[in-house]
Write a protein that binds this ligand. Structure first.
Ligand code: PEP
Ligand code: MN
Length: 447
């Protein structure tokens, strides 16, 4: 294993660039002290793992693998319990088993986990009952409670985020290397899901997977070799001071890595090619993603490729499209064609969540399962028409039985949203809705 040390090479000069969505810390000295502390701490991930993920993202760009990214919109410190982590890992493993069978390729499993603690917000302030306070910006910045004290950005929260990310990652590694990810076990969980009559339409598919498992067993496949899986961590690289403090230099190659996660992405609100977030990611060797919405222009996209993948290395850059089900068929083709003409490879991933957020009549921020699936279908159709590769999906999900998104086999309606609406920011698919999505995407992967 290579060492990752405090950088001697210059860290990218994002400080001179426009930086959006950053907290205004009241105490500059406290901020500096936290940065120095973080810089002295061990990395959360290692260069060799990050390089392995880059190779897998390259395979996904060519249709030799399929990416599944999933997890909370915003992780919370309070909810980083063993049960919550286990249920999310379980859900992603179950989805991955179905997708692996359908795609007949490896599925690259990436959690929006172990670091998804900072959120961009559409407004700097929030008003309730005539009281206006700064917006909640994620647990690594301030507290969700609606009081003036809670909403003051506190740099010490970055240290807490580092520690929570470390313990989360430790448990993920324990589960995925210690036998919890055993394919036979995952398959039996999926059988449990299929036992529900609401999902009868997937039965023939489940029977097929069952038969494949029995064939593998009869043919003498070493199932013990399938007890361990690679599971990667990712989050939005939003909080610049935190990400900067986690940059380390690989002693072997001399390259810089952002060691806060294996993969980092830049969000739709901070993705300007000349801006600070892109500058920070320009300087590190991790695989990176950029969220792109329906108003993205061809020139903006090519400028992003110039900055983030100038040499066209496969696996370096993923474009995570979040167009909205209504707009994807109009907005995506021109962008895909522009990238195709440019020639530098990207991994295309669909985020069918963020373009499809609505407010229910009873006041909940929600999304409809059918609309989410309509965007996924649009994504596959556009890529199939243009001969490009639909490389993966990026979803907001949880392993719990929350009621935050409408529809699905359980037919969650507006009244049901009140039952278990727990998200701090955006609505997530629950465990069952996530599996249902996996089966539907499986059908698309098989064409
Ligand atoms: C998110 O992923 O939670 C998010 C804010 O997405 P976007 O940047 O695409 O709006
Ligand atoms: Mn979100």
């Amino acid at each position: 294993m290579n060492d990752l040390n405090a950088p001697r090479a210059a860290v990218p000069s994002w400080r001179a660039r426009p930086a959006y969505q950053q907290p205004s810390y009241p105490d500059a000295a406290a901020l500096e002290a936290v940065g120095a502390d973080l810089r002295s701490r061990p990395p959360l991930v290692f260069a060799g793992e990050v390089d392995a993920l880059r190779a897998q993202m390259a395979a996904a760009s060519q249709g030799r693998a399929f990416v599944l990214m999933g997890g909370d919109c915003a992780e919370s410190f309070e909810d980083s319990s063993a049960t919550s982590i286990r249920l999310k890992v379980q859900t992603i493993l179950q989805m991955a088993a179905v997708l692996t069978y359908a795609a007949s390729t490896p599925v690259v499993k990436i959690g929006r986990m172990a670091g998804q603690y900072a959120k961009p917000r559409s407004a700097d302030t929030e008003t309730r009952d005539g009281v206006t306070l700064p917006s909640y910006r994620g647990d690594s910045v301030n507290d969700h409670a609606f009081t003036p004290e809670a909403r003051v950005p506190d740099p010490a929260r970055m240290l807490e985020a580092y520690l929570r990310a470390g313990t989360t990652l430790n448990l993920i590694r324990a589960f995925t290397m210690g036998g919890y990810a055993d394919l036979r076990e995952v398959h039996s969980w999926n059988r449990g899901f299929m036992a529900n009559p609401a999902y009868k339409r997937f039965e023939s598919f489940a029977v097929e997977i069952d038969r494949a498992m029995r064939f593998m067993e009869a043919a003498g496949v070493d199932f013990d070799a399938l007890r361990q899986v690679d599971f990667y961590a990712s989050h939005e690289a939003l909080l610049l001071e935190y990400e900067d403090a986690m940059i380390r230099q690989d002693s072997r190659s001399g390259r810089l890595y952002d060691t806060s996660a294996h993969l980092l992405w830049v969000g739709e609100r901070t993705r300007g090619a000349g801006d600070a977030h892109v500058a920070l990611l320009e300087g590190v060797h991790n695989p990176v993603g950029v969220k792109i919405g329906p108003t993205t222009s061809r020139d903006e996209l090519l400028a992003l490729i110039d900055h983030l993948n100038p040499n066209g290395d496969p696996g370096r850059l993923s474009l995570i499209t979040r167009m909205g089900a209504q707009r994807i068929r109009q907005a995506l083709p021109a962008l895909v064609e522009a990238v195709q003409a440019d020639g530098r490879p990207v991994t295309w991933i669909t985020d069918p969540m963020h373009g499809n957020t609505i407010t229910s009549d009873n006041g909940y921020k929600t999304r409809r399962f059918d609309t989410i699936m309509a965007e996924v279908r649009g994504f596959f159709e556009v890529h199939r028409e243009l001969g490009t590769v639909p490389g993966g999906i990026h979803v907001e999900l949880t392993g719990d039985d929350v009621t935050e998104c409408l529809g699905g086999g359980e037919q969650i309606d507006e009244a049901a949203l009140a039952r278990r609406y727990e998200t701090l920011v955006d609505p997530r698919l629950n465990h069952q809705q996530s599996l249902e999505m996996a089966f539907e995407v499986a059908e698309l992967l098989r064409g």
